[in-house]
Design a protein around this ligand. Sequence first.
Ligand code: ZN
Ligand code: ZN
Length: 403
Amino acid sequence: MINPLRGMKDLTFEESQRFTHIIDTATRIAQRYGYSYIETPILEETALFKRSVGESSDIVGKEMYQFEDKGGNDVCMRPEGTAGVVRAFISAKLDRQPVKQKFYYYGPMFRYERPQKGRLREFHQFGCESFGEASVYEDFTIITMISQIFNELGIGFDLQINSLGCKVCMPRYKENLIASLTDIKEELCEDCNRRIGTNPIRVLDCKNEKCRLLLAESPKLIDYLCEECDPDFKKLTALLDKAGISYEVNSNLVRGLDYYGKTAFEFVSNEIGAQSAIAGGGRYDRLVEFLDGKPTPAVGFAIGIERIMELVQMPEVQREGIYMGAMTEEAVEVLFPLAAEKRKESKVTVEYNSKGFKSHMKGADKANAKYCLLIGEDELKNGTVWVKDLESKEEKTVLREAF
Ligand SMILES: [Zn+2]
Ligand SMILES: [Zn+2]
């Protein structure tokens, strides 16, 4: 017997219904906000992720499904969705058009890490990327959209926000941060010490309990924001207040990549272990330029589907469609043209084996059909069908054409 690979799994029955419900809900809402669907390849040149996600990140450094294809190309299965969408945006020369573009996507992502609960090697994300709008109003709109998605899915969340500044305020802050980190260097963990030299902002992200306590006193970027970033961040918080979306400013919410700036946010749930992120995103105004496109402001997010699978409140299942059954062998074939006609507008389940009345009624119930339609000897002779509405329990015999 061949099993799925470690960290990968099949989605069936109840789980696949949850998956579909999440994607359908998110899609419907994204479309209402003017997003259109984009599909990009799962396999991309490794260079794309090295440049966008960053070579110093764990994702690129340790977790990529990277290999040489038969043509000798260095390729990689996407570990996240944004890089591919930005690459597609530039490949289609959309960066040369003055029109704003909004895309949503969903699909599998791959990271070779140690599988654990809610963390698979093949996992799925739903994401949106909005290009060409520099205003903080767009950041607010995106946060509103994600809140709406979670609300409709019945998922509670805490929202954390931060500003990562820009190329004016970030360097100024970085200098102060490095100075303060150097003071407590000896007490910080090995990872932190390595990062002080390579990516000091990421030190703030350290999960080590001792480091976290020490870092609580470090300078906060929020206190160093420039004349542009500071009013933008205040505008965002004021808009969220007004919309009744509660949030917490988390100054340790960082990305540590140069092209991320200004708004950063994370939606967190307490229901799947301690404070797990269920969605994250923010502004990445310099990524398009980073990947050789024309400078284009952009903001986006991704939702981790596996993270929210068990949190979703599924809508009550309604009876739907028609169950068709024959009580004699000759009646079976009469059902096909009838089923073909009805399938133009509703779901139809045809039972190919002729059975008794009770057994058909059980079948209709199992199919969760709204109507049970049966043809027996009498109906066959008279050109009629027997129909029962399984909700109102009303039954009747009508001409085949009249049904
Ligand atoms: Zn700034
Ligand atoms: Zn540390």
